[in-house]
Write a protein that binds this ligand. Structure first.
Ligand SMILES: [Cu+2]
Length: 217
């Protein structure tokens, strides 16, 4: 704690101020005061994706630290196509959005795999119904379609997560990634490059489009 902060902590109770919220991450996950705890992400285009737009995501936790509400709103995505969206997290990842420094192939585009050192593997699939585990990573018929390029995703109810995933997200390490781009401007997922995740799909269908880290605000 800085000298100034320490001085303020000492002074604040004296003057009846409640300026200081508990430091993020310092409280226990079982602390009932964490009820309603939420983390937010500002979503920005992935470098090299050709996407122009923005968005945000919001995750709410219940009193036991489980995820019980997830919202994602974004615009500027390829219109009227499904967009897979996930929370990525990895113990050894940088827990951030990738930059063109991660473009190991040097083609000026980031595949999902090239972004992994930044955001890690898929830990939660933001499907509209059914399973939300990494198994649903490309369950494309259960992801939102971007009507006129806009996604408004909202899912209530407890999300099943593997051990440590909800905690990692609550602690600001989860990265929201929306996939699906249109490099050639054709208005559809096509082109000669194939996906690094599924060789039967065009790369455009799975390359990352937007990204943001879920953090306390
Ligand atoms: Cu993903």
């Amino acid at each position: 704690m800085s000298k100034t902060a320490r001085a303020l902590v000492l002074v604040a109770p004296l003057v009846g101020l409640t300026l200081f919220a508990p430091p993020a991450g310092a409280d226990s996950h079982n602390d009932p005061s964490r009820h309603g705890h939420e983390v937010l992400a500002h979503l920005e285009p992935i470098p090299g994706s050709g996407v122009h737009g923005s968005g945000h995501a919001e995750v709410e936790f219940d009193e036991k630290g489980r995820i019980d509400e997830f919202e994602v709103a974004a615009h500027g995505l390829l219109a009227d196509q499904p967009h897979a969206a996930h929370v990525h997290f990895g113990e050894t990842a940088r827990n951030e959005c990738p930059t063109l420094m991660d473009d190991t192939s040097g083609d000026g585009r980031l595949t999902t795999t090239e972004g992994a050192p930044a955001y890690g593997p898929v830990m939660l699939s933001l499907t509209t119904e059914g399973d939300t585990s990494p198994e649903s990573v490309l369950a494309i018929d259960r992801y939102d379609t971007a009507t006129e390029g806009t996604i408004n995703y909202e899912r209530d109810g407890l999300f099943e997560t593997a051990d440590g995933v909800a905690e990692a997200i609550a602690d600001g390490k989860g990265v929201v990634v929306i996939h699906g781009v249109d490099y050639n401007g054709s208005g559809a997922y096509d082109g000669e490059a194939m996906s690094d995740l599924n060789p039967a799909l065009p790369a455009e269908a799975t390359d990352p489009a937007m990204c943001g880290v879920l953090e306390d605000h």
